[in-house]
Each structure stands twice: as structure tokens, then as C-alpha cells.
Design a protein around this ligand. Structure first.
Ligand SMILES: Nc1nc2c(ncn2[C@@H]2O[C@H](COP(=O)(O)OP(=O)(O)OP(=O)(O)O)[C@@H](O)[C@H]2O)c(=O)[nH]1
Ligand SMILES: [Mg+2]
Length: 402
């Protein structure tokens, strides 16, 4: 299954059926009067969030959708049949945007949630409706109105509580393998992960959260380098970011400079996202002595003027990962609890998420326009060929541990 997180589609609601012009014609009943029935309403187009879907891949093949037209009215005062609504299933986490004016029409965040995107046309009236004391044989009817026609952009953002951020090879996939049942590929070359992966971290009964592994960011990503920033938007729904720092990069680069460059890329992408709660997670401690780890840690904290939480782990051996996951869970519970107690916080959170998504869209749009500098991301965004469907790397996994 290919991971597709953007899809442009066109929708057209059904036209209302026209009213009927007809007169009652029966033996022995002269001038039977008007009996033209009304048409039926056109069907609407409705999007529905479906928990069983996790990509927008279906919308790559068929892009235009039309709901049924209403049937015209008939004689003997029979109304036309209403057009069926067209229900399009999309994954939970899909944002629906009007492509013509960039207006966000809605966000489908819970399974079963529906959003009517195109209203069906209203039915036309049959000539019976125009009967009056002065006009007993009206020849007037009205046509049905047209249904709404819209160009939409569907955008899927994974629903995860925590997002992993870091350079390629930092060990993001290794960490998600260590703490969840997800099994993304791990290898000692950059860009092993090409699409986001989700893992459910289960700490005990009813104690779990979802972690998203987002493909590696590199210096210049916000101007299109590497995989660019196209996957960063998936972090806009997470509550907490974990910035994974490779303490001993295989290419000999400096962990401090690497960390600073990720900060810059994130900030270029979205100021608001860059100001979200973020924890530093120093990975691969198994490769260094305690003193070496302490030295790098200190220079990192100085360079970043970091005052937030810092963890030291080995994703490979699992050392430190339990404590990290327990703390993440406590953090998430705490923020949920506060929002329950003070609904104003929940509103603020929604506003911040909307702001991040807006900034993300603007940044991606900006890159689209600066084509010359961003061939990579433009290709990515317009990538329509489907030649790598069987590739393991393209799989998205959502695995729940029993
Ligand atoms: N020694 C050691 N090696 C690690 C640790 N974590 C990850 N690695 C190794 O680092 C390499 C990269 O790990 P990945 O998990 O694929 O890194 P990633 O961040 O997902 O990389 P991309 O998918 O390319 O963005 C692999 O060879 C891992 O075995 C660790 O804690 N200790
Ligand atoms: Mg990876």
C-alpha cells in the first residue's frame, strides 16, 4: 500500500430534477387539471472519516466524483426520486481544503465523522404547484437547480501524540522498533525511512500513546533538500516533539552543529511548530563512555541554551527508553487532564494546531512557487507515477500490539 498524504479531487453534487408539466387525462374527466409532480433533490457529496483507511491512495486513481442527479417529476403528481448522496471515505486525520481559495472546510478527526462538501441541487416544481384560482391550467414548471461543484484538496496528517525528529541515521526507526510493535526498516544509510510510520507504545492496560517516525530532515530541507519538508506537516498534530540526536554520527559530523541545523529547519518550516514542547533525546550512548556523553551533552546544552528536558538513551539496547516512554505518557496525561479541567486550553491548542497547519501549507506553497530551487519537493508533491508500489520502504505501518 502506498502512502499518499495529499490528493486533489473534484466533486460535483447532483442536479435537482426538473418539475413536470402534465395534465390529468382520463376518460369522462374533461380538463382534469394539472398533475405534474416535483423533481427530486440532487444527491450531496459527503466525506466520511474511516478508521480502516490510512492513506489517500484511492484518490490517486479516480479524482472526479459526482453524486446522483434527482429524477424529473412525473405525471399523476408523482415526485421524481431523490439523487443518492455520494459518501467518500477518507482516513481519519484528513483535512478538507477548498482548492480555489485555500479555505479549510473541515477536519475529519474522529471515525465516522461526516462533512458535507457539496450540496445537491434543489428540486424543480411541477405545474400542479402553480395552480391558483385564476390559473387553473398552469403550463409553468421550474427546473431543478445545479448542485455545488468544488475543487478540493485532501490532506492527511497522521494522528500521533509524539513525533520523532532528527537527521537521517539518528535512530528514529530503531527507537520506534524498540518501544512499539511497529517494524520499520533500520539501516546504516540515510533516508532508510521514506514515509512516516506510526507505532503504538503500550505501557500497560489503557496506557498507550502513538509515536510517529517522520523521515529524516537535513540541512536545507526547508528549501527542498533531501525529502524536503513534505512530511513535517504530520508533526503539526502531535503534542510533543522528540528531537533525536545522534551522539556519534557515522559521517563524523558534529552533533552540536547537527542539532542546531535541525532547529533552523524546523523554524523555517513553521515558527509555531518550532515553539512546541520539545525534548532532546541523545541517542547511541552505548557507543561512548559516560564522560564523553557528558561532555557532548554539556556543549549541546550550552550551544542551544537548552532548558527543557534531556534524555540519554540507546535505542539499540533499549537503555533509557522505558523511562522516556513513561515520562511521555505522564506528560500527555497531564496535558489532557489540564484541558479537561480548563476547556479554554483545548481551544488554544486547536488554534495553535490550525496556525501550524497554515504555516506549513504556506511554506509548502512557497516552495512550489520557487520551482527552480526546489525541484525535489515539486517532484514529490506532483509525483503521480506508481512504479514503486511493491517497495517495502513505501509501506506505512500501524501496528497495535495485542
Ligand atoms: N550503536 C547504536 N546504533 C544505533 C542506535 N540507534 C540506531 N542505531 C543504528 O543507527 C543506524 C540508523 O538507524 P535508523 O533507526 O535506521 O535511523 P533513522 O533515524 O530511522 O534513519 P532514517 O530512516 O534514514 O531517517 C542503524 O544502523 C542503527 O542500527 C543506538 O542506540 N546505538
Ligand atoms: Mg528510519
Amino acid at each position: 500500500m502506498k502512502f499518499v498524504d495529499e490528493a486533489p479531487i473534484g466533486v460535483r453534487a447532483g442536479k435537482g430534477g426538473g418539475g413536470c408539466l402534465s395534465f390529468r387525462r382520463e376518460k369522462y374527466i374533461p380538463r382534469g387539471g394539472p398533475d405534474g409532480g416535483d423533481g427530486g433533490d440532487g444527491g450531496s457529496v459527503i466525506l466520511e472519516a474511516d478508521a480502516d483507511l490510512n492513506t489517500l491512495v484511492d484518490y490517486r486513481f479516480q479524482r472526479n466524483f459526482q453524486a446522483q442527479n434527482g429524477e424529473p417529476g412525473k405525471g399523476r403528481n408523482r415526485a421524481g426520486r431523490k439523487g443518492e448522496d455520494l459518501i467518500l471515505k477518507v482516513p481519519v486525520g484528513t483535512t478538507v481544503i477548498n482548492a480555489d481559495n485555500d479555505e479549510v472546510l473541515g477536519d475529519l478527526t474522529t471515525a465516522g465523522q461526516q462533512l458535507k462538501v457539496a450540496q445537491g441541487g434543489f428540486h424543480g416544481l411541477g405545474n400542479t404547484r402553480f395552480k391558483s384560482s385564476t390559473n387553473r391550467a398552469p403550463r409553468q414548471t421550474s427546473p431543478g437547480s445545479e448542485g455545488d461543484v468544488l475543487s478540493l484538496r485532501l490532506e492527511l496528517k497522521l494522528l500521533a501524540d509524539v513525533g520523532l525528529l532528527g537527521l537521517p541515521n539518528a535512530g528514529k526507526s530503531t527507537l520506534i522498533r524498540a518501544v512499539s510493535a511497529a517494524t520499520p526498516k533500520v539501516a546504516d544509510y540515510p533516508f532508510t525511512t521514506l514515509v512516516p510510520n506510526l507505532g503504538v507504545v503500550q505501557l500497560g492496560p489503557y496506557r498507550s500513546f502513538v509515536m510517529a517516525d517522520v523521515p529524516g530532515l537535513i540541512e536545507g530541507a526547508s528549501s527542498g533538500a533531501g525529502l524536503g519538508i513534505r512530511f513535517l506537516k504530520h508533526l503539526t498534530r502531535t503534542r510533543l516533539l522528540l528531537h533525536l540526536v545522534d551522539l556519534l554520527p557515522a559521517d563524523g559530523s558534529d552533533p552540536v552543529q547537527n542539532t542546531l541545523s535541525i532547529h533552523r529547519e524546523l523554524d523555517n518550516f513553521s515558527h509555531t511548530l518550532a515553539r512546541r514542547d520539545r525534548w532532546l533525546v541523545l541517542n547511541k550512548v552505548d557507543l561512548l563512555s559516560d564522560q564523553e556523553v557528558a561532555a557532548i551533552r554539556q556543549s549541546l546544552l550550552d550551544a542551544l541554551q537548552w532548558t527543557g528536558p534531556v534524555y540519554q538513551i540507546s535505542a539499540l539496547s533499549g537503555a533509557g527508553t522505558n523511562q522516556l516512554c513513561e515520562d511521555i505518557h505522564a506528560y500527555l496525561e497531564h496535558s489532557k487532564q489540564r484541558e479537561i479541567e480548563d476547556p479554554e486550553l483545548l481551544h488554544q491548542e486547536r488554534a495553535v494546531q490550525a496556525q501550524m497547519q497554515l504555516e506549513a501549507r504556506q511554506q509548502i506553497e512557497k516552495l512550489r512557487n520557487e520551482r527552480h530551487a526546489t525541484q525535489g519537493i515539486v517532484d514529490d508533491l506532483n509525483d503521480d507515477d506508481d512504479d514503486d508500489d511493491d517497495d517495502d520502504d513505501e509501506q506505512m505501518e500501524v501496528i497495535y500490539r495485542p
